[in-house]
Design a protein around this ligand. Structure first.
Ligand code: MLT
Length: 418
């Protein structure tokens, strides 16, 4: 059989397994080191009680023929889709219908799977920010939507929009028309947010050029600033140009449980190869019906409980807990004289690596933090060339571990003032 040669174009090792390999090697060589992981954005705190109780009850439903559930709707149960609309969209004035919400087992999967319905090869021009969540790039490489990798780690054929301290980590509009644009706000990895004005510029750009915005809002629950939009659909016209991805992973601790959703408005159109307008919704509906059997009944009942009164309070408490961690991390970085960004409306703190001559490289900083403080973070260069010289610290951990990690940095970290 022939394999998909596009996989051979991928840079070696997906970022997080690569970090895992380095940490395992360090742990093997330093068996007494108590390593604290502030790398991958994986939650650590227990599931909200409301979700646990709902899932226990859902398991009991499975014990009785009258309440047993076999295959569910591929698009998700109506009771969950309706609660999402009533709680996440209607209060923000977003005109989203329940049947435009597709429940899934994760946003990472959905952002990759969505490529199934796009034109083949390089028929679409694609823009990503730099740095960027690597899944957006790698899934396009796998699908054959790019050329080869260049020496600087960028792929031929992709349009990169650098986000730096100079532009507040908000991407500039492309200087030419592109067909597909990936945006993630609050941003992974930089923790930056976009104002309504910024999103309105993107929607205007997309409508002018017939582009599609893939809007990843997996971290919207961490927004604390009341003026920051939570959804692209808060912007007039976004129903005609955007798909939105949301997740229960980070707000309700579902990284291991798996539940997310993708919104595809029925008013969103693409073009056929012979230039005719075609609605996107039936394509995604067909894709999910054919390749997906829905998230499990038990998990969807757990997700539904996020919207109960108790669930809302418990989720708010979880978010506040992680955001207090982010505050402690920001405080320590500032005390150490390290430039710090993000962490105010997002669980990620983005720091400029310290050191003489423009600072350490991202991986040098990674090694230094691991060796001196036994702390794991994520090298900014793993998110793209413009992430070089930056480093991401995740606020997802227990309070005790974050306090201990920051104490170690205060006591042992030697570089900041040099
Ligand atoms: C991250 O650390 O960037 C995220 O946890 C990755 C993910 O959500 O897939």
């Amino acid at each position: 059989m022939r394999i998909n040669d596009n996989y051979l174009k991928l840079k070696a090792g997906y970022l997080f397994p690569e970090i895992g390999r380095r940490v395992s090697a360090f742990a093997a060589a330093n068996p007494d080191a108590k390593i604290i992981k502030l790398g991958i954005g994986d939650v650590t705190e227990p599931l909200p009680a409301a979700c646990r109780e709902a899932m226990h009850k859902a398991i009991d439903d499975m014990a009785d023929c009258a309440s047993f559930h076999g295959y569910g709707p591929e698009q998700g149960y109506a009771w969950l889709r309706e609660k999402i609309v009533a709680n996440d969209y209607q209060p923000r004035g977003c005109a989203i219908e329940a049947d435009e919400v597709f429940i899934s087992d994760g946003s990472k999967c959905d952002t990759g799977n969505i490529l199934d319905i796009f034109g083949p090869g390089t028929s679409n021009t694609i823009a990503v920010t730099d740095p960027v969540y690597p899944v957006y790039v790698d899934t396009n490489v796998m699908a054959g939507h790019t050329g080869e990798v260049k020496d600087n780690g960028e792929y031929e054929g992709l349009t990169y929009l650098p986000v730096t301290a100079a532009n507040g980590f908000v991407a500039p509009l492309p200087d030419k028309p592109v067909d597909v644009i990936y945006l993630c706000f609050p941003n992974n990895p930089t923790g930056a947010t976009a104002s309504k004005e910024v999103l309105a510029q993107w929607v205007a750009y997309a409508k002018k050029h017939g582009s599609l915005i893939l809007f990843d809002a997996a971290y919207e629950a961490f927004i604390t600033d009341p003026d920051v939009p939570h959804s692209i659909y808060e912007i007039d016209g976004a129903r005609e140009c955007a798909i939105e991805f949301r997740s229960f992973s980070k707000n309700a601790g579902f990284t291991g449980v798996r539940c997310a959703f993708t919104v595809v408005p029925k008013t969103l159109m693409g073009k056929t190869s012979d230039g005719k307008d075609q609605a996107i919704w039936p394509l995604w509906n067909r894709r999910q019906s054919t390749k997906f059997n829905g998230a499990s009944y038990i998990v969807q009942r757990g997700a539904e409980a996020v919207y109960s009164e108790a669930g809302k309070q418990q989720v708010a408490d979880l978010i506040a807990f992680y955001m207090e961690n982010a505050k402690l991390i920001r405080q320590t970085m500032t005390e150490l004289g390290i430039d710090v960004y993000g962490g105010e409306n997002a669980p990620y703190v983005w720091v400029k690596t310290p050191g003489a001559g423009g600072g350490l490289s991202s991986w040098e900083f990674f090694d230094k933090l691991l060796n001196e403080c036994h702390i794991v973070g994520t090298p900014g260069s793993g998110f793209g060339a413009a992430g070089e010289g930056y480093f991401r610290i995740s606020a997802f951990n227990s309070r005790a571990n974050v306090i201990e990690a920051m104490k170690r940095m205060n006591e042992r970290f030697t570089m900041a003032s040099s």
